[in-house]
Design a protein around this ligand. Structure first.
Ligand SMILES: NC(=O)c1ccc[n+]([C@@H]2O[C@H](COP(=O)([O-])OP(=O)(O)OC[C@H]3O[C@@H](n4cnc5c(N)ncnc54)[C@H](O)[C@@H]3O)[C@@H](O)[C@H]2O)c1
Length: 431
């Protein structure tokens, strides 16, 4: 019976193929009665399944999938231990997440310079040029700060890391930043800013001793608030972007971990941080690039020609605020996942208190670059940006001694000097 199903002509491979697809019963026959072929098909199926798993795009902006199995160099533990050794009286050992990022690099260097033990962690994702992140890593390497290349969602790695290094503090700066990108890759915000934050807090609360946490929230939590200047007491329930919503979620999550596990947590709401080694997705950075290339730049305005303004804050001022937050952080009260008493929970604005219109930013850049910008003024699209930001910093001034001292012109001068040096090929001397 089965032999009757055999195709009459088998000499031509082309014909053979067409028959295979056109007569399923024949294909079935061949599969069923050739065990080796069946094994081969199964093997191929499993192989392609594995290939699909390994080659599928990274989840949520990170380099790796959320089920993390980070491959690290065999000597990573030795490097982490060495990097973590403090050389100052403070005896601080700080884990800096997002250490290859803009703020993370500056904070890690400042901590190392004063003798704290510092270990960095970053997944080097490609949200913006990874070359810049690698160059920042080189800076940190030279100063003896080791960066572990891993995702904060790697719970197993974090557990191991907290076992081998007893961190006194975590400076948590790893996040999916940027407001507009959330419309292209919303999942990356949940991955890093929500899942990642929770994974890090889980590892921190389980650690013995529990570290104190200082982490970056954002001025974007003020969203559509119109009362100025923005104060920590204002309500923050009108986020204008998914980025803002995830930062707001982070603040609520922080409250929970403080409440249940006794983790000491300080949130810092940064206001448009700028400076050398900055972020290429931010206006001051890509305006500089485009002005130098004589490319048109888009300047947004609100309805009825309302000015768009930002409370630009220079990186050195923000770094001082971060260090002051670490220095004034009280110890967590829990241990081994159990709360033993009430712990500190704080939130501060770290801004500059003097919003500057974006047109003014452009005119300063024109002057510094000695190039006239080709400007196009457009109505601001509804993509998550807000019209203005303006920080009230009296709480940070009072409790952290925070005193920003760099005006936009001075700060941009330093940025432009760095930019020209970095992209002009003198990367080594650009710090
Ligand atoms: N720069 C600003 O103006 C500003 C303003 C408000 C808030 N913030 C916040 O400050 C922090 C630092 O910002 P930045 O400007 O340095 O940004 P950045 O993008 O330069 O740095 C963030 C770093 O985190 C890393 N990262 C992202 N997701 C990660 C993950 N899942 N695991 C491990 N590493 C991951 C990235 O690779 C990057 O190097 C962020 O939390 C950001 O949201 C920044």
């Amino acid at each position: 019976m089965m032999t009757q199903l055999k195709p009459p002509i088998l000499s031509s491979s082309h014909l053979d193929t067409s028959i295979k697809f056109k007569t399923p019963s024949y294909a079935f026959y061949r599969l069923r009665f050739h065990p080796t072929r069946l094994t081969l098909w199964s093997f191929l199926f499993l192989f392609f399944l594995l290939l699909f798993f390994l080659c599928s795009p990274p989840s949520a902006g990170g380099k790796r999938r959320s089920l993390q199995t980070t491959r690290l160099p065999s000597n990573w533990e030795v490097k982490a231990r060495n990097s973590a050794r403090p050389q100052s009286k403070t005896d601080f050992t700080v884990l800096v997440t997002g250490a290859a990022g803009f703020v993370g690099t500056h904070v890690a260097i400042a901590l190392k310079n004063r003798g704290d033990g510092v270990v960095g962690l970053d997944n080097f994702n490609n949200y913006y040029e990874t070359g810049l992140k690698k160059a920042r890593k080189t800076l940190l390497d030279r100063r003896g700060v080791y960066i572990i290349e891993a995702d904060i969602n790697d719970a197993a790695l974090l557990t191991k890391l907290f076992e081998i290094v007893h961190f006194t503090h975590v400076m948590h700066l790893a996040a999916q930043a940027g407001v507009r990108y959330a419309m292209h890759n919303p999942a990356s915000y949940i991955h890093s800013n929500v899942n990642g934050f929770v994974t890090l807090l889980e590892a921190s609360k389980n650690a013995n001793p529990q570290p104190s946490i200082v982490w970056a929230s954002s001025s974007s939590v003020y969203g559509l608030n119109s009362k100025v200047p923005f104060s920590e007491k204002d309500t923050t329930d009108q986020p204008a972007s998914l980025y803002a919503a995830t930062k707001k979620a982070g603040e609520e999550i922080a409250h929970t971990y403080n409440h249940i596990y006794g983790l000491s947590i300080t949130g810092l709401r940064f206001f448009t941080v700028y400076g050398p080694w900055g972020r290429p997705d931010m206006a001051y950075y890509f305006f500089t690039k485009d002005i130098l290339r004589r490319k048109e730049i888009k300047i947004f305005e609100g309805a009825d020609h309302a000015t768009v303004a930002r409370d630009f804050t220079y990186i050195d001022d923000v770094v001082k605020g971060c260090l002051a937050a670490l220095d004034t952080a009280k110890k967590s009260t829990g241990s081994g996942g159990k709360k033993r008493g009430t712990a500190q929970l704080r939130i501060y604005n770290l801004g500059n208190t003097s919003p500057v219109p974006v047109v003014k930013l452009v005119s300063i850049l024109e002057k510094l670059l000695k190039v006239k910008a080709k400007k196009r003024v457009l109505q601001m699209p509804r993509n998550g940006d807000v019209l203005f930001t303006h920080a009230n910093i009296s709480l940070a001034r009072k409790e952290l001694g925070y005193k920003p001292s760099t005006d936009l012109e001075t700060g941009l001068k330093k940025f432009v000097k760095w930019y020209l040096s970095y992209y002009g090929g003198k990367k080594k001397s650009a710090w």
